[in-house]
Design a protein around this ligand. Structure first.
Ligand code: AMP
Length: 305
């Protein structure tokens, strides 16, 4: 199987139409590149479950705020192509900014603020509108049967699900578990920014979540108690999160305030600062008795405790 890199949307459409004529099932993995094994797990899953896999690589300017890391975001197309080829992807779609947003582009797609202005949306007010705008464009072009998203960006998944439901995109959404380093840190393209001392601090993020996972698995139900334990863990590394919140996993607009319910999402955003350089990392766990959730919690505990 050969991998083809396509940059022009007209070429992509021609290619997709050919696949559709042959009734091929298309899997789609949207990314911003600088691919790592977490992305690799999404691509592998798409390859296993579809006839044809498209990976998009596009550092979307609309989802970065004015003071964020758009310019320094890593761009590694050669290495990304190798990873995509190894995983068996068929197409990389890597458009230029002008290709997706030509002169005169004037439309935004946004999901209601009760979902997009909470959690990360408080700190990145234009972020999710940028995400939903680009994902809707990409879905129109790729027309996938299955769309693969990572649980690591849990709020993003919920927002894209809402958008697809409301705008009737005929795609099935598959959420893949968070792929972690051996010490539990969630893989992220932004981990590349971390110098060794900052990387050591970042390891306290999964440790803090593991405290909550451990409590949950041992019947501790007090949200306040679990939250304080996690905050204490972060404090050991001198970290104070932007937010650490407990919300209903199937409805992030609702907070879980005093006692844990099954199906609680615990979501965290943590800037890791060193020598004036700040890297903002996010992570989350789902507290649920579903076997795949329990497995994820055990994996986190094994790697961190
Ligand atoms: P990004 O390139 O960071 O925009 O991510 C592209 C897709 O990969 C998104 O659906 C992410 O949620 C997913 N992803 C990123 N990191 C991980 C990870 N560690 N494990 C699983 N999926 C991930």
């Amino acid at each position: 199987m050969t991998l083809t890199v396509i940059t022009q949307k007209e070429d992509l459409l021609t290619h997709i139409n050919q696949q559709k004529e042959q009734r091929k099932k298309i899997g789609f993995v949207p990314t911003m590149g600088a691919l790592h094994a977490g992305h690799g797990s999404l691509i592998a899953r798409s390859v296993a479950e579809n006839d044809h896999t498209v990976v998009s690589i596009f550092v979307n300017p609309k989802q970065f705020g004015p003071t964020e890391d758009l310019d320094k975001y890593p761009r590694t197309l050669n290495a990304d192509s190798q990873l995509c080829a190894q995983q068996g992807a068929n197409i990389i779609f890597a458009p230029h900014v002008q290709g997706l947003y030509p002169e005169g582009f004037a439309t935004t797609v946004s999901v209601a603020p009760n979902l997009s202005s909470i959690l990360c949306g408080q700190f990145r007010p234009t972020h999710f509108t940028g995400v939903t705008t680009v994902v809707s464009l990409l879905l129109h072009l790729v027309q996938p049967t299955n769309l693969y998203l990572g649980q690591k960006d849990y709020q993003q998944v919920q927002i894209i699900k809402q958008m697809c439901r409301d705008l009737m995109f005929p795609t099935n959404i598959v959420t893949a578990p968070t792929f972690r380093e051996t010490d539990g840190l969630a893989m992220s393209s932004r981990n590349q920014y971390l110098v060794p001392e900052a990387r050591q601090k970042a390891a306290f993020i999964p440790k803090a979540l593991a405290k909550i996972a451990y409590g949950y698995l041992n019947q501790e139900l007090s949200v306040e108690k679990l939250k304080q334990e996690a905050l204490l863990e972060l404090k050991q590394a001198g970290l104070t999160p932007q937010y650490l919140e407990f919300r209903l996993a199937h409805d992030l607009t609702k907070t879980v305030d005093s006692h844990l319910t099954d199906d609680t999402a615990v979501l965290l955003a943590q800037p890791v600062e060193l020598n004036g350089i700040s890297t903002r990392l996010i992570d989350n766990i789902i507290l649920s008795r579903q076997p795949h959730s329990i497995d994820s919690l055990h994996t986190l505990l094994q790697r961190t405790l």
